[in-house]
Design a protein around this ligand. Structure first.
Ligand code: SAH
Length: 237
């Protein structure tokens, strides 16, 4: 938690913020070893960042006196990430990583090699997803939550969502064995599609290419989804 991320409800009209949930309190105590008088970096979800002086820390609550929150969060990556739904634990880590890297738009997609049972996982409950996104924001010192869309059918995605997503975005499908190398250091708006642990099936790749995406690879090593996504984002942007 390199940033104490505050919810607008944590703030009062007088410029103080109070937090009382066990996770942030434990983090302040055990990791920051914070004590009254410390100035810590704080930010408000969806808003600005700045410093807050810790004026009270008890087992029940921490109170910060906020300085003007005039700093803006770091820039977002110009990418909409379409991620075939990975298994729940991988999803949790991947959401955290990509949020820390600055992705603001994520679609979780069903493909042939996604296990249907993954869609029933508690990791997909809004509050669970929210937790992972918050951890990513706190890690990277950011305040802007990504938006997450669940797309539970490949064909409806192809027909109803993909055309709009490809409007003014360059579509790139990460798939081992494609002939093009993953581009480096691009700045254009991008739609990046990453397959499930078993990969996209050939028919899916064919349909994505027909729709106007380009296939590309990251070299001969097959990476896990969470590693592939991190490598792709750092190389692309
Ligand atoms: N077993 C699959 C790979 C699955 S890896 C296969 O052999 O095709 C999971 C996803 O990570 C892939 O669908 C792809 O989107 C991405 N990925 C992993 N390694 C990659 C590489 N070397 N090049 C491009 N994409 C890769």
């Amino acid at each position: 938690m390199n940033l104490i991320l505050l919810h607008p409800d944590d703030l009062d009209q007088q410029g103080y913020a109070r937090i009382s949930d066990p996770r942030r309190l434990a983090h302040l105590r055990d990791i920051h070893r914070a004590a009254p008088g410390d100035r810590l970096t704080v930010g408000v979800q969806g808003g600005g960042m700045g410093k807050g002086a810790l004026i009270e820390l008890t087992p029940e609550q921490a109170v910060f006196a906020l300085e003007p929150l005039a700093d803006t969060p770091p820039p977002a990556l110009p990418v909409h990430l379409v991620l075939a739904l990975p298994r729940p634990r991988m999803l949790a880590r991947t959401l955290e990583h990509v949020t820390a890297l600055g992705v603001k738009e994520i679609t979780l997609l069903h493909t042939k090699r996604v296990e249907k049972s993954y869609w029933q996982s508690p990791e997909l409950l809004p509050e669970k997803i929210h937790q992972h996104l918050v951890l990513g924001l706190e890690q990277a010192r950011d305040t802007q939550l990504p938006s997450i869309t669940l797309s539970k059918g490949f064909r409806p995605f192809l027909e109803e969502q993909l055309p709009a997503l490809l409007h003014e975005r360059r579509g790139l499908v990460a798939h081992p064995g494609m002939s093009m190398e993953c581009p480096r250091g691009i700045s254009e708006n991008t739609l990046l599609l990453v397959g499930p642990e078993g990969g996209f099936i050939p028919w899916e790749v064919e349909k994505l290419l027909e729709a106007g995406c380009q296939g590309m690879h990251l070299g001969p090593r097959i990476l896990r989804v969470e590693t592939a996504v991190t490598a792709l984002l750092s190389r692309l942007f």
